[in-house]
Design a protein around this ligand. Structure first.
Ligand code: HEC
Ligand code: HEC
Length: 266
């Protein structure tokens, strides 16, 4: 498929115009795109109102079957916000998040539900300035650790297609999560049962994210801390450590030292 620069500009212009008309005074149409700032919208973070957990979960479940995991999680949270807050949430083309399906276009990297939820979190808890980013980053890390360390999915939709068993993925990756779940349930990775697990998982992630955001907005969110093992590993390998040759907050043991440990004596 060929897409010329001109086609892309036409497409972008049309989309911008569409959103500008839909958004009324919130979006101001410009005669040219400002690459750094994007279209002119209210600065982040956008206002948040307490949302209903089960409604978000059910929307996410349905959203999964409409546009997969990343879309399902993002669309459900944004739709809930569009209902309770209105603009600018009702101007977002949530379909853009379809890209995150299957760990980004089927690549199997970051779990799409987590990716979509992180984007939604950033809209209501993040911002352009470094200081303003931090609350969103903390919430996202907390969500990722929760996902990595807990038996999931922990939300059963009202009208499930199959029964799904829980498993702990020890990873935020689509690949690891899918294979851990498939192994536990003895199903194939392209089966309908696996899809249903990802739909439950999308619902679980959306529900947990909304729960986090509700508590964060109320000022009573208690975050999960990294395991003491990960803290120990990071004390040498991460920022400021004696070796400082890694960057990350994932469960190191999810990938390293699965067999007899080959690590230097510490
Ligand atoms: C007291 C400091 C220290 C701690 C704590 C520590 N490491 Fe290391 N690690 C080292 C050193 C030193 C090396 C060797 C570095 C080299 O050879 O360049 C190393 C090497 C490694 C390597 C590469 C070589 C190998 O053995 O496979 C990995 C992977 C690794 N560490 C992971 C971890 C993980 C995971 C943890 C936590 C369970 C951890 N480390 C905890 C100091 C530490
Ligand atoms: C998703 C899997 C995964 C996770 C989780 C992970 N690693 Fe790694 N790590 C790798 C891979 C793959 C490499 C590059 C290949 C290699 O050296 O094993 C690597 C490389 C490293 C190295 C350099 C090894 C060397 O030979 O120099 C260290 C040290 C390390 N990781 C430590 C950690 C620590 C500490 C954590 C937890 C905070 C962690 N890793 C989490 C997959 C992972």
């Amino acid at each position: 498929m060929k897409l010329s620069r001109r086609d892309m500009l036409k497409g972008v212009g049309g989309a911008l115009l569409g959103t500008a008309l839909g958004a009324g005074s919130v979006l101001v149409a410009r005669d040219r795109l400002d690459a750094a700032a994007g279209p002119s919208v209210a600065e982040l973070p956008w206002s948040y109102k307490t949302l209903d957990l089960d409604s978000a979960a059910e929307n996410a479940y349905d959203g999964y079957y409409a546009g997969a995991c990343c879309y399902g999680a993002f669309h459900s949270i944004i739709t809930e916000l569009a209902k309770t807050v209105g603009a600018p949430f009702n101007t977002i083309p949530t379909a853009m998040m379809i890209y995150g399906e299957g760990g980004i276009a089927g690549v199997g990297s970051v779990c799409g539900a987590l990716n979509g939820a992180a984007a939604a979190i950033f809209l209501v808890a993040g911002g352009m300035d470094k200081k303003k980013r931090e609350p969103a980053f903390e919430l996202i890390r907390d969500l990722y650790t929760w996902y990595e360390q807990n038996p999931l999915p922990d939300y059963k939709p009202r009208k499930p297609k199959y029964e799904i068993i829980k498993s702990v993925s020890r990873s935020n990756l689509c690949h690891a999560s899918v294979s851990t779940g498939c192994k536990a349930a003895k199903v194939k990775s392209f089966s309908k049962e696996r899809s249903e697990r990802c739909a439950w998982l999308t619902a679980s992630v959306a529900r947990h994210t909304v729960d986090q955001l509700n508590k964060y907005a109320a000022g009573n969110l208690k975050m999960m801390s990294l395991s003491s093992e990960v803290k120990t590993c990071r004390s040498c390998h991460d920022q400021g450590g004696a070796i400082e040759n890694t960057r990350g907050m994932m469960d190191c043991g999810g990938c390293h030292f699965k067999g007899p440990s080959k690590h230097v004596k510490i």
